[in-house]
Design a protein around this ligand. Structure first.
Ligand code: MSP
Length: 770
């Protein structure tokens, strides 16, 4: 049987999981179920990333004394439990906990029956896990032995892992460098992202999250990442050129972002392809460094290895599942952790001689009412009260949440969570469209045909309709195969809409009044029921509970999850099948009532959480308040000239008072802080055809800017480009997305086509234009 191994990131259990953390796990669960129904033997890994300074500090904030490793262990265990509980509550699992080698006697691995093997759900945690620790030690021992032959005269590395005596290009002497070496580290570190940001003491903010960094100065072990530049670029290119491979990073605008980061080598962003410190002396909460227990392993080396240890890898000891599932088919991650997965992880695996994952898919973030969720703002949405609120009205809360998250946000782009949006989606798509179709079909079969599925349709017109339905389901599969869950669901619901409309045209309730038209009535009801029989398994992976209910009401006896999508065809619902009672599956909800309940339960839940974690929130608040690009920056509703396509900065400044209103003084001009920057990433903004969301490195920090250039520039054209940014504009929101500056462009021609200002010569980021 073909295998499919997919992973979620392993989550930091420093806080309780919210809707944003649940997003990847829900998406992966849907993909896992879908792949299983496509005939794959699926392994699904999630877990918790329990070491590192962030966790150590969270525990201290919760009252665990520094250095109390037992206390820390208990702290993470409790938090881990919150994650496991949430996945159980969301119907994801049950999970195998993988803490030691050879204890996982998986019946799944030996599953030989005709139905596909159930999903092998695994939960890995990184602390107090002997098998994982062995795996991490093994990875590092391999890297220590891994040879990187370097020719100083050519300033390049020869084939990694070999030991040539002379340079194959110049014949010069070769220096044999190990992938791991020791060095004094002095530089800036972001605790929030557990990321090395820069070398040197100069204060900088983290380019990822914008928070202030801390100075670290200690003797560490380093990984020679700088040696891997060429090899990484070759890897990305090979995946692009070979049509039998998936792109190494998806979506493509993320791949471009990674390429430009790697191409920039050591210079693009502080801390980019520099050799990275992979051990820490000043913390004790981690896996001891092999051979030097004074230090612990860098938390990302530790965390990434969980993708191996979670499926039975413990270095030289390995369970058969490891060979069966590795390499992973997809690492599903959020956009903020691409660098670790697409740059560090391949290098760590190469240095260990292990195959690389097949693809990395980075999805966007879920914001709350267009804003970043943050405890200090009190706008974090937790799934449990939300699910409960729906259930109090007899509606399947898990389905509502899953459907909303997967349908509303194009997978790969940022999305927005709002209670209004959730109710709207539920009511319009699940209650009005699918629920209504299922309910009236089953009710009419009961009322007019004694609850029995009629004989198979032979009418050619109606058969044509069936083909159309099959085509729509084909669209769904095409989209799902590309992880495009949102468009897949859109296709499925479009088919539901067509069948509803079709029923309204054929009016079976009128046909039922005319005994001469009994055959027509049978045909129409067969089509509707058969459509549901065909559709329900296709959408089951995304909202399982309701689909299972539809399936059962149609009288289908085999488990819906055991259906093989390849074998499903239109016309398979067996005549004579007895359908069940027409119980409403997705009852329509009164907006005001459910909204009130959602807020009420969220408030109750917040009170409980706040009581538990008030000290932690306070410490987070302090951190956020001191951050320059943090969550708290004031946002005005000022209109952006660039969003309107008028991209000249002169327009922006024209209100500066002056004696001669057409002229400004040099002092006035000096107020405009123009900076050189490099575009690190560019991506579309859902629903805003003219805007691109850019991340721009301006030396001192990375700015998020919305620019009205989407009609003229493709994201991949501008990633890596040097541009000019007005750096001291007040932040504002465009289409709900925060913009922190404005890009300078000439406005050309009648339609004001923007042409971005750039430079012919190399100019460092952050240089000021005067
Ligand atoms: N521990 C690391 C991952 C190690 S993987 C070997 C980590 N943990 S995290 O808890 O901070 O984040 C886990 C995942 O949750 C990331 O992919 C992150 O992008 C995602 N999300 C956190 N908040 C999110 C939203 N609001 N929306 C969507 N995903 C979000 O990073």
């Amino acid at each position: 049987m073909k295998t499919f191994y997919l992973t979620t990131p392993i989550y930091y259990p420093n806080a309780r999981p919210h809707v944003g953390s649940a997003y990847t796990t829900i998406a992966c669960d849907a993909i896992a179920r879908y792949k299983r129904m496509c005939g794959y033997d699926v392994a699904f890994l999630t877990g918790t990333d329990e070491h590192g300074e962030k966790l150590q500090r969270a525990a201290e904030a919760a009252g665990v004394p520094p250095g109390d490793l037992d206390g820390l262990g208990k702290f993470v265990e409790k938090k881990r439990d919150l994650f496991q509980k949430l996945w159980r509550a969301l119907g994801i699992g049950p999970f195998h906990d993988t803490t030691s080698i050879n204890n996982h006697h998986s019946q799944i691995a030996n599953h030989q029956s005709a139905t596909p093997a159930p999903i092998d759900y695994r939960f890995v945690h990184t602390s107090q896990n002997p098998a994982h620790e062995k795996a991490v030690h093994w990875m590092i021992e391999q890297a220590k032995k891994y040879n990187l032959p370097y020719c100083a005269s050519c300033d390049r590395y020869l084939e990694h892992g070999t030991r040539p005596e002379k340079c194959t290009t110049c014949g010069g002497n070769i220096e044999h460098r190990s992938a791991i070496f020791s060095k004094r580290y002095e530089g800036r570190y972001c605790i929030h992202d557990e990321m090395y940001v820069s070398e040197g003491a100069e204060p900088v903010n983290c380019p990822n999250c914008g928070r202030p960094t801390e100075l670290i100065s200690e003797d560490n072990y380093f990984f020679r990442l700088s040696a891997f530049q060429e090899r990484l670029l070759e890897l990305y290119e090979r995946h692009e050129k070979d049509s039998s491979l998936s792109p190494f990073v998806q979506p493509d605008f993320r791949m471009n972002e990674v390429k430009s980061f790697v191409r920039g080598g050591k210079t693009l962003v502080p801390g980019s392809l520099r050799d990275i410190s992979v051990s820490r002396r000043r913390i004790s909460w981690g896996i001891p460094w092999p051979g030097d227990p004074e230090q612990v392993v860098y938390v990302w080396y530790d965390a990434l290895t969980s993708y191996l240890s979670g499926i039975g890898f413990a270095g030289d000891e390995r369970e058969p599942e490891f060979d069966k599932y590795w390499p992973a088919d997809v690492h599903m991650i959020g956009k903020d952790i691409i660098r670790f997965h697409a740059v560090y992880w391949p290098a760590f695996l190469w240095a260990a001689g292990l195959p690389l994952p097949k693809t990395i898919f980075a999805h966007g973030w879920i914001y709350y009412e267009q804003d970043k969720m943050s405890k200090s703002k009190g706008n974090v949405v937790y799934p449990e009260p939300l699910v409960k609120a729906f259930e109090e009205f007899g509606a399947p809360g898990n389905d509502a949440l899953r459907y909303y998250l997967l349908r509303d946000t194009p997978f790969g782009l940022d999305g927005n969570f709002s209670y209004d949006g959730l109710i709207q989606r539920y009511n319009s798509d699940l209650a009005n469209d699918l629920g209504n179709l299922a309910n009236r079909t089953v009710a009419m079969l009961n009322r007019y045909l004694s609850g029995t599925v009629p004989t198979v349709v032979t009418d050619p017109d109606i058969i044509k309709q069936g083909r159309f339905i099959e085509a729509r389901a084909g669209d769904l599969r095409k989209h799902f195969a590309a992880f495009d869950l949102s468009n897949g669901l859109e296709a499925a619901l479009a088919a539901v809409g067509s069948v509803n409309q079709w029923l309204s045209e054929y009016k079976p309730w009128e046909l039922a009044q005319d005994p001469k038209r009994h055959k027509d009535l049978e045909n129409v009801l067969y089509i509707a029921a058969d459509f549901l029989n065909y559709l329900a398994p296709h959408v089951y992976p995304t909202f399982p509970h309701g689909c299972d209910q539809i399936w059962q009401q149609l009288g289908c006896e085999e488990g819906i999850e055991d259906q093989k999508l390849d074998d499903l065809k239109w016309g398979q619902l067996s005549p004579g099948t007895k359908v069940g009672e027409p119980k409403p599956i997705f009852p329509r909800l009164k907006k005001e009532k459910i909204l009130r309940k959602l807020h009420e339960l969220a408030e109750q839940d917040r009170d409980e959480t706040t009581k538990e974690a008030s000290s932690k929130v306070e410490s987070e608040q302090k951190q956020v308040a001191s951050s320059t690009v943090g969550d708290e920056s004031p946002i005005t509703n000022q209109k952006s000239p660039i969003a309107n396509g008028q991209s000249s900065i002169v327009n922006q400044q024209s209100s500066i008072p002056n004696a001669d209103s057409s002229k400004i003084s040099i002092d006035d001009f000096a107020k405009v802080d123009l900076r050189v920057g490099t575009v690190l990433s560019a991506e579309p903004i859902p629903g805003a055809t003219k805007l691109l969301k850019l991340q721009v490195d301006i030396g001192s920090d990375v700015r998020q800017v919305c620019a009205g250039i989407a009609e003229y520039y493709k994201p991949e054209d501008i990633v890596g480009m040097k541009i000019v940014l007005v750096a001291n504009l007040a932040p504002r929101k465009l289409r709900g997305v925060e913009s922190n500056g404005m890009i300078v462009a000439a406005s050309v021609g009648e339609h004001g086509r923007p042409v971005l200002a750039t430079f012919k010569e190399e100019v460092p980021n952050g240089s000021r234009l005067k």
